[in-house]
Design a binder for this molecule. Structure first.
Ligand code: SIN
Length: 313
């Protein structure tokens, strides 16, 4: 039996396979399909300070090898999350990492402070990167704001903190470095890529909110590229996400430098995937003679003739 446990600074997980926020509801919906006791962790849908209705429909559209969504952070707000969902979620045989989004640094702090009252949570993921909400929710496009939000949240919340970053930036390395400086225990790479789907016959965009975030296998090479870049340049544990749909995909992210991964869009079409992967990973590592999953993290060998993907910052 390989050792699948992972430590992402203060966040300790029994295995590196988590389910991504926004693709697993508040877990109840998955009960029939998923053995929660096998998962490394569950990250429920993003919660905001106040309830949000979300964006006008249609909110999702299938694309080539991908899914474009513009949900707009539809949720009932943090107080309802605490009242109706936390007890159930934390009663499951699985670490729970709450996911929150604020409109400004103060909102992130209030949200994190409220969650700090629940030490049974394994951690908090800050959604600093939703592409579908106007008015300042994509904090992770600016290194100073990223650093400030993390530092302010760290001051008020003792739970492990993960920053979920956007790929829709010029230099992801400086944003990841800012998250590390602000005190993030880990970064989640990546949230969705901005896209648009068009019905040319009607001369109309398909999504009600026009633009949306692309996820699924179509974005895996971009996510892997970003994991490679950040792993080379910044000393912070990485949780990789983007298009993972089988064990080979998991291995690619680990070798690229991710210490853990999230299964997102694939859970919509293979709901049991995430709970099968830890067992498959165990078998593969045994077969490869690898004693600890951590031993393969970041073992990608770059050819000498190719410059390192990103200089240290
Ligand atoms: C959404 O609710 O619009 C998606 C959340 C996200 O991409 O962060």
């Amino acid at each position: 039996m390989a050792d699948l446990t992972v430590e992402l600074n203060r966040l300790k997980l029994r295995n590196p396979i988590l389910v991504a926020s926004g693709t697993f509801g508040y877990a109840k919906e998955a009960t029939a399909f998923v053995d929660f006791s096998q998962l490394g962790g569950i990250i429920p849908k993003t919660v905001t300070l106040l309830p949000r209705e979300g964006n006008p429909p249609p909110r999702t559209v299938e694309t080539s090898c991908g899914l474009l969504n513009s949900i707009g952070l539809d949720n009932d707000g943090i107080d309802t999350f605490i009242e109706k969902h936390i007890d159930y979620l934390t009663s499951l045989d699985c670490p729970i990492i709450a996911n929150v989004a604020g409109h400004n640094a103060e909102e992130f702090v209030v949200l994190a402070e409220k969650l700090n009252a629940f030490p049974q949570l394994a951690g908090v993921e800050l959604n600093m990167s939703c592409p579908n909400v106007s008015g300042g929710v994509d904090f992770a496009t600016n290194p100073d704001m990223t650093r400030q939000v993390l530092a302010a949240v760290r001051e008020k919340c003792n739970l492990p903190i993960i920053a979920k970053l956007t790929p829709n930036v010029t230099n992801i390395v400086e944003i990841a470095a800012a998250a590390a400086e602000g005190g993030a225990d880990a970064v989640t790479l990546i949230n969705t890529l901005m896209g648009v789907a068009i019905d040319w016959r009607r001369r109309k965009p398909i999504l009600g909110n026009v633009f949306g975030g692309l996820s699924g296998p179509a974005i895996k090479p971009v996510a892997l590229r970003i994991v490679c870049q950040v792993a080379q340049a910044v000393e912070i544990p990485i949780i990789g996400v983007g298009g993972i749909q089988n064990l080979d995909d998991v291995m690619e992210f680990l070798v690229a430098g991710a210490s853990a991964v999230q299964i997102g869009t694939a859970s919509f079409y293979t709901p049991g995937l995430a709970s099968r992967l830890p067992g498959e990973l165990n078998e593969l590592l045994d077969h490869e003679g690898v004693a600890r999953v951590n031993d393969i993290v970041g073992t990608l060998q770059y050819p000498n003739s190719v410059p390192a993907p990103c200089a240290k910052v």
